[in-house]
Write a new protein. Structure first.
Length: 152
């Protein structure tokens, strides 16, 4: 695992173009999928009904797209560490895509790139493009531009 570390938020202003990661692999098992279904109320059969999903278009259950998206927040601290901050804030997301489904029991990991950095609201705002890949697949599961604020 490769973590990009900066010692102060202002260093991020010099970081656009910096490649991040990849992270370690994470197993997406049925327990995780079911827990996400419980947390969100999304019990669609392609996610939670293993018997019906075996006969469906993917041949098995798949992770929710938003579960995969939520993993960007899990992976970001493994991609980037900003020291000497009072706080970091998830400000939002730009363009989100789900090019490939995540079948149950797949392993995923993330890599990223710092797309932009600028001063904002007394801190530094960066956009990190996070790509979540599925082990053994050519297309990523999710690509998202995360917007983050860091305050000294």
């Amino acid at each position: 695992m490769s973590v990009y570390v900066v010692n102060h938020p202002l260093e991020l202003l010099q970081s656009p173009g910096e490649e991040l990661g990849p992270t370690d692999w994470l197993l997406v098992d049925q327990v995780r999928i079911n827990q996400f279904a419980e947390a969100t109320g999304d019990h669609q059969w392609i996610h939670v009904d293993e018997t019906k999903a075996a006969e469906g278009p993917f041949g098995n259950t798949i992770a929710h797209g938003y579960l995969t998206l939520s993993l960007a927040n899990f992976f970001l601290p493994q991609l980037l560490q900003v020291k000497n901050i009072s706080m970091g804030v998830n400000y939002g997301c730009d363009k989100v895509r789900f090019p490939a489904p995540v079948p149950v029991d797949s392993r995923v990991r993330a890599s990223g790139e710092i797309i932009s950095a600028k001063g904002a609201k007394g801190g530094v705002q960066i956009v990190v493009r996070v790509s979540i890949e599925i082990e053994g697949e050519s297309r990523p599961a999710c690509v998202v531009d995360t917007v983050n604020l860091f305050y000294a």
